[in-house]
Design a protein around this ligand. Structure first.
Ligand SMILES: Nc1nc2c(c(=O)[nH]1)N[C@H]1C(S)=C(S)[C@@H](COP(=O)(O)OP(=O)(O)OC[C@H]3O[C@@H](n4cnc5c(=O)[nH]c(N)nc54)[C@H](O)[C@@H]3O)O[C@H]1N2
Ligand SMILES: Nc1nc2c(c(=O)[nH]1)N[C@H]1C(S)=C(S)[C@@H](COP(=O)(O)OP(=O)(O)OC[C@H]3O[C@@H](n4cnc5c(=O)[nH]c(N)nc54)[C@H](O)[C@@H]3O)O[C@H]1N2
Ligand code: SF4
Ligand SMILES: [Mo]
Length: 908
């Protein structure tokens, strides 16, 4: 029976990045939803980036896990089971292992993409009922260095800032943050303000020349890992040039002298040398910072994901404390959170080394407060295992059961092969996910279908501590249940009281009450995190909750836009701490065998392990395959060329991707995106290569620095196919799947000549597409001497599949071929184009997508720049619409203007 859809617009929040944009979703059918930005939401005021705009394409039933499943370990097969059976299996499995081996033998591994309510009950179950702190989260891989740095400096994990501060600043420093691609709406807010006030300056500190640099006044391409040295140098410079705020330092901080001593030399030439920077550029940055009062320093994964991540954070905060630039409009250190609910997870205490509601493990008073409030049978007394340690403990058999929720650790943890081995050895692996086939689910004994975005209800907190509602607007598919519900069901089945909630509003209420409970130094422990003003909301009030920033102690007091305005920090004496940060090199240095440094990160149109964004044809067009970005001279030295496949290997593992040069890499470093995994490519999971080194304070992995070697991946042919059904991948050596609207595309390459096993090219193509019919309609072209073959299979004048093969990687464009799959019949011109291997009419191929919103390709844009003499991104927008919706591609448009002009100059 189909459930009627009421086309009413529902206000919710984007499930991707920590900007936390407000979204208006209007369901048209059960699988079709119109998406637009919420003009009233203070994060985005109606704008959405390209990922947010494409949300409508990701809510369909394709690939969803629709019922609980149990794996037969002997033959690997999955069978559907009832919820009752599934809950029993998980509860009994956990209870048995706890009874036999104690509470430390089980673990939860959760996610910054869970809603606060899900997160709260997961944490409560583990720390208050099972009684161990073995619950960690993928936020360990993400924000834990910032958490640790904030605690050291402020006495509590506090992000003091407000998004408006980015607009009020006269200098925005972006450290290790590709803001243009990873926090696009905040980037656009900064850029817009810069257009209004050109005197506002942007400095980017990143080894790569990223899209973010297109808008920067200054880019400092520092040596990877040398941020502490750079900010120590800045601290010394500020002190030497009388740019510190002595009154603030005296009255509100401790430890300045020690930090200054640890910062070491103020010798600019030496600092520039250590960071491999141009001395004049470094001086320009130091001077700019010294003389500008309103400075916001934004930091993200280039800072956190490092073996010196926590020190990097404190190195930055030290400079803000020294100048007193904190807790005032337009200034302060600003950690951009990655996931939509990274901040909510920190509020509930989802990390293995925190307790709950900003209360800490290991202090008897804080333990007592939480246990009394929960009225729970137990309370965790010491820190549990951090993500990388946790998987080590699973591998060694110390932890025997793990329940993974809303994260894909086989892809996202470092040393991925070890993670696979650990899960293989683990007695009981449970996974709650919305998708059935993921690299992690391949190892799960029990699969639990969770509700996804659009189906579930709850709250998330963004980078500026703003709590927003995610609201359901489509019915639950199959038997999927909300994560909080699944956790509570298991907890109750384990015999625990305290998990009877009628809905997420009751969980939120309990969370809010805990935040205010004995939140006072006279009766308990004072902490800034307090949402007492949000207690007592009934379902209707909770449903109507408007985006609200914390702290919100009471309704009368109202919420707090900016922390530390009173100059009071959360350490017992109210003072902030300088943390001495001695620079140290990354743990693993490049050597003769592994001479290059692997840096990993994100691309504009994909989200993490692609389980959702990978389903959007619109998003697949921007970058369709994994790549190894490297300097041309490094490529030469490794014997690889642009467009060819290469293997990246480290002491931990290897992967394969295509070499490219366009990403502004310095010598000595290569960059590989994190997104591609075993579901979408044969061998492109970069986590297999990444070293499992972690920061000693936070336990956050060093994702940005693994010594690697690059070598050519020898193949005898390159090709691609587009088809309405999947081809036989056993016939190819290397492949990547690219989602299309009415077809699926595979980029492929082979080691064996394809005519050996299957007679000739034609036979091979028939086998590839599983075609038995001897009389099928084929359009075929072959040039044996050039090693070129192309074929299209046509049924009733409609294209079913096509394959293009060449000995060299220079294959024809793909974009125009995809359009043939939209047609009911091929005309003569289409057939001629297929034979020719290119559109016979000029201008039909648009090239790879640059503007995903309007589907405008690179070739179209470059032609327009050249033919119409366009000079700015704005001119491109008025001519082609590109860049006119979400604006995410504007940095790339700017780059194309420059590149096309350079190409023109080199040919005149
Ligand atoms: N499109 C997209 N957006 C996303 C996500 C996504 O998957 N896709 N994920 C979200 C999540 S969870 C997160 S955590 C954020 C991450 O957001 P970002 O941190 O902006 O993204 P990354 O690409 O991981 O890395 C940022 C930059 O750090 C640089 N870097 C590497 N080493 C160093 C170094 O030693 N010093 C400095 N200063 N920089 C260095 C890299 O070159 C890279 O450009 O993005 C969020 N937004
Ligand atoms: N090499 C390298 N590795 C990295 C990083 C890096 O920069 N370099 N960055 C790290 C960072 S910052 C992050 S945040 C991680 C992200 O890494 P992951 O968390 O592993 O990646 P996701 O693809 O976001 O995984 C989310 C999973 O939850 C599922 N899911 C979606 N919605 C729901 C839901 O409502 N409920 C449940 N139960 N499941 C749901 C999705 O299908 C997916 O399988 O990667 C880390 N790994
Ligand atoms: S910037 Fe984009 S991905 Fe991030 S919350 Fe906003 S719309 Fe979603
Ligand atoms: Mo993240």
């Amino acid at each position: 029976m189909s459930i009627p859809i009421v086309p009413v617009s529902v206000k919710t929040t984007c499930p991707y990045c920590g900007v936390g944009c407000g979204v208006k979703a209007t369901p048209r059918t059960a699988i079709e939803v119109a998406i637009s930005g919420d003009e009233a939401h203070p994060s985005n005021f109606g704008r959405l980036c390209v990922k947010g705009s494409a949300l409508g394409e990701t809510v369909g039933p394709e690939g969803r896990l629709l019922a609980p499943k149990l794996r037969d370990r002997h033959n690997g097969s999955l069978s559907e089971i009832s919820w009752d059976n599934a809950i029993d299996t998980v509860a009994n499995g956990f209870s048995r292992i706890i009874a036999e081996h104690g509470p430390e033998a089980v673990a939860l591994y959760v996610s910054g993409q869970l809603l606060t309510e899900d997160y709260y009950v997961a944490n409560k179950l583990m720390k208050g009922y099972i009684g161990s702190a073995n619950i960690d989260t993928n936020s360990r891989l993400c924000m834990s260095s910032s958490v640790a740095g904030h605690k050291r400096a402020f006495g509590e994990d506090l992000v003091p800032m407000n998004y408006e501060d980015l607009e009020l600043a006269d200098l925005v420093v972006l450290v290790g943050s590709n803001t243009a691609w990873c926090h696009p709406i905040l980037f656009q807010r900064i850029v817009k303000m810069k257009e209004k006030r050109p005197e506002m300056k942007i400095v980017v500190i990143d080894p790569r020349h990223t899209a973010t640099c297109e808008m920067a006044d200054l880019h400092l391409p520092l040596k990877p890992g040398s941020d502490v040295r750079l900010f120590n140098g800045l601290l010394a410079f500020l002190a030497e040039h009388g740019a510190t705020d002595a009154a603030f330092v005296d009255a509100h901080t401790r430890g300045f002298d020690d930090a200054l001593t640890a910062a070491g030399s103020s010798d600019l030439a030496q600092t520039a040398k250590d960071c491999k920077l141009d001395q004049h550029d470094l001086m320009a940055f130091y001077r700019l910072f010294a003389r500008t009062e309103r400075v916001v320093t934004v930091y993200s994964q280039g800072v956190n994901q490092s073996s010196a991540g926590t020190d990097k954070v404190n190195g930055i905060i030290n400079c803000h404390l020294a100048t007193g630039r904190i807790g005032k409009p337009g200034m302060g250190p600003f950690s951009f959170t990655g996931q939509p609910n990274a901040m909510g997870g920190r509020e509930v205490g989802g990390l293995a080394n925190t307790l709950a509601a900003h209360l800490e493990l290991g202090d008897p008073l804080q333990g007592e407060i939480v246990q009394t409030f929960w009225n729970s049978p137990a309370i965790a007394k010491r820190a549990g295992l951090k993500a990388v340690e946790l998987f080590d403990a699973i591998d060694s058999g110390r932890v025997k059961a793990v329940w993974v929720m809303g994260t894909n650790p086989v892809v996202s943890l470092p040393d991925g092969e070890r993670v696979k081995r650990a899960l293989e050895r683990c007695e009981l692996v449970v996974s709650s996910d919305i998708i059935e086939k993921t690299d992690t689910n391949a190892f799960a004994d029990v699969l639990l279908p969770a509700l996804g975005w659009g189906e579930k209800d709850g709250t998330v907190t963004n980078s500026e501590r703003r709590i927003s509602r995610q609201r359901a607007f489509i019915p639950a598919p199959g038997e999927a249940r909300a994560d909080w519900q699944i956790i509570c069901d298991v907890a109750r089945r384990m015999g625990f009281e305290g998990f009877d909630f009628a809905g997420p509003h009751e969980i939120f209420d309990e969370h809010a009450r805990l935040s205010a409970y004995r939140n006072d130094a006279s009766t308990g422990v004072h902490r800034a995190f307090n949402i007492g003003g949000l207690t007592g909301l009934d379902r209707a009030q909770y449903d109507a909750l408007e985006p609200t920033q914390w702290p919100l102690r009471s309704v009368e007091e109202g919420s707090t836009a900016r922390l530390f305005e009173t100059r009071r920090f959360s350490h017992a004496d109210g003072r902030a701490r300088f943390v001495p940060t001695a620079p140290r090199d990354p743990v693993n240095a490049p050597d003769e065998d592994y001479p290059l440094v692997l840096n990993t990160g994100r691309v504009r149109d994909q989200w993490h392990t692609m389980t959702r964004t990978g389903r959007s044809a619109k998003l697949a067009g921007h970058i369709s395959e994994s790549f190894i970005d490297m300097h041309p001279q490094d490529a030469l030295a490794c014997g690889v060329r642009e467009g060819e496949l290469a293997r990246v290997s480290s002491r931990w593992g290897s992967m394969i991707a295509r070499v490219q040069h366009g990403g502004g890499m310095p010598r000595g470093s290569v960059f590989v995106p994190i997104h591609w995994n075993d579901q979408v490519a044969s061998d492109a999971r970069v986590g297999a290569v990444v070293n499992p080194v972690v920061d000693p304070v936070s336990g956050e992995p060093e994702f940005k620095h693994t010594p690697v070697a690059i070598e050519k991946f020898h193949v005898s042919w390159h090709g691609f196919s587009l088809s309405r059904t999947a081809p036989d991948l056993d016939l190819v050596t290397h492949w990547t799947r690219v989602h299309g609207a009415r077809h699926v595309r595979y980029e492929m390459a082979g080691r064996n000549r394809f005519d050996t096993a299957h007679g000739d090219h034609h036979e091979w193509a028939r086998a590839l597409f599983h075609i038995d019919d001897q009389h099928a309609d084929w359009i075929e072209y072959e040039d044996k001497s050039a090693g070129v073959y192309r074929a299209a299979h046509v049924v009733d004048e409609r294209i079913e599949s096509c394959v293009f093969i060449s000995e060299r990687p220079d294959l024809p464009a793909r974009a125009w071929l995809a359009t043939l799959f939209d047609k009911d019949r091929l005309d003569d011109e289409d057939r001629a184009s297929l034979l020719l291997g290119q559109p016979s009419a000029k201008g039909e191929d648009t090239g790879p997508t640059v503007c995903s919103c309007f589907g405008v390709g690179r070739t179209t844009i470059c032609n327009a720049i050249r033919d119409k003499g366009l000079k700015t991104a704005a001119e491109i927008t008025s001519c082609l619409k590109a860049g006119g919706n979400c604006g995410s591609c504007v940095p790339e448009l700017k780059k194309l203007v420059v590149e096309t002009e350079m190409a023109r100059l080199s040919t005149v």
